[in-house]
Design a protein around this ligand. Structure first.
Ligand SMILES: C[S@@+](CC[C@H](N)C(=O)[O-])C[C@H]1O[C@@H](n2cnc3c(N)ncnc32)[C@H](O)[C@@H]1O
Length: 330
């Protein structure tokens, strides 16, 4: 397996290609739910299991961004004591943050007890169980009892919520003055099928198009500002890897809905790819593009500038501290 990560500030080219826009989505293997779908799932437990496995694989294969962003949080808030991870899932963010913030307890909030059981086990394995508190709560209801937070983190979770603006307002209120909010979203579905398959040219693009409405999210910047937070950074991060496990796991998920997504000839081609030519996927790069928004709660008592985390410039325009590094080969 190989992987690498590139970062860029808003609107500029990444080392690995173009900078994605961040107003449209459709992408993550994270969900087969449409946004704002909250009814009970037919096979909720199966769904959680599949999703959990994919989230862990995503962090393993395409997760170099986690170190980049948690390093940034660590630089901005090295003394953070309480971090709230909203929609924590299996704990990919929780673990990255406990690793980078040695004084912090992470309150991992999720409505899925199965996810949080997995998260608890992973935290114990990593030796940080004592600094992780799990909280089963539906964020579509009242804000859970997190206590005052230094950092609120929401990765690939805000778009799931029925009223994300209310949750952002509650996050603002839960943050101490100067506290940091971090929102992360995938820009589009990771692309795992090449376009140059001999018997199905263009399948990769057709699949990307068919899944482009999954997981849609807005530009969270204005939403953070409307919640009373001061936006000071928007970053784009691209991670690439060559790892057939990721492609196959993702396509197994897609395969379950392939008849809704693709023409019959493409469904058949996908089947052939998975059953007869899986090695093709071992050699195909997979790529994930993410956007990260950073904002903070102003410190009214000390003036707005003092609410700006150390290391950033207090200006009206969002600034983009340099995140560039030499890739995330792991
Ligand atoms: C795509 S996963 C992201 C998990 C994790 N943040 C990550 O980046 O790997 C979204 C998570 O949000 C949780 N979630 C969705 N809606 C929620 C809600 N209303 N309240 C609490 N958690 C929710 C799901 O159970 C799931 O674990």
């Amino acid at each position: 397996m190989t992987s690498s990560t590139g970062t860029s500030s808003t609107g500029t080219a990444t080392p690995l290609g173009h900078a994605p826009g961040h107003t449209s989505g459709g992408r993550h293997p994270d969900t087969q739910h449409e946004p704002h779908h909250h009814g009970p799932h037919h096979h909720e437990a199966d769904h959680d299991d599949e999703l959990a496995a994919l989230l862990d694989l995503d962090a393993e294969v395409l997760g170099a961004w986690l170190a980049t962003v948690s390093d940034l949080v660590g630089d901005l808030r090295p003394d953070a004591r309480v971090v709230v991870d909203l929609g924590a899932g299996t704990g990919t963010g929780t673990l990255a943050l406990t690793a980078r913030l040695p004084h912090a307890t992470v309150v991992a909030v999720d409505r899925s007890p199965a996810m949080l059981d997995r998260l608890r086990a992973a935290a114990d394995r990593a030796g940080v169980g004592g600094r992780v508190r799990t909280l089963v709560a539906d964020l579509d209801g009242a804000w859970p009892a997190t206590g005052t937070a230094d950092v609120v983190w929401a990765a690939s979770s805000l778009h799931h919520l029925a009223d994300p603006d209310r949750v952002l307002r509650d996050a603002h209120d839960a943050l101490r003055p100067g506290g940091l909010a971090v929102v992360v979203e995938l820009d589009r579905m990771p692309r795992v099928v090449p376009d140059d398959l001999r018997d199905a040219p263009g399948l990769g693009s057709r699949l990307a198009e068919a899944t482009s409405t999954w997981n849609v999210h807005p530009d969270w910047g204005p939403h953070l500002e409307r919640a009373g937070l001061v936006l000071h950074g928007v970053h784009h991060l691209t991670t690439e890897a060559v790892d057939g496990r990721y492609a196959r796991t993702w396509l197994d998920r897609v395969r379950a809905r392939a008849h809704e997504l693709l023409a019959p000839a493409d469904v058949a081609a996908l089947d052939r790819l998975l059953t007869q030519h899986p090695a093709v996927l071992d050699a195909s790069p997979v790529r994930a593009d993410r956007t990260v928004w950073l904002a903070h709660r102003p410190d009214a008592a000390r003036g707005r500038a003092s609410g700006t985390p150390a290391g950033t410039t207090p200006t009206d325009a969002p600034t983009t501290p340099d995140l560039t590094h030499d890739g995330g080969a792991r």
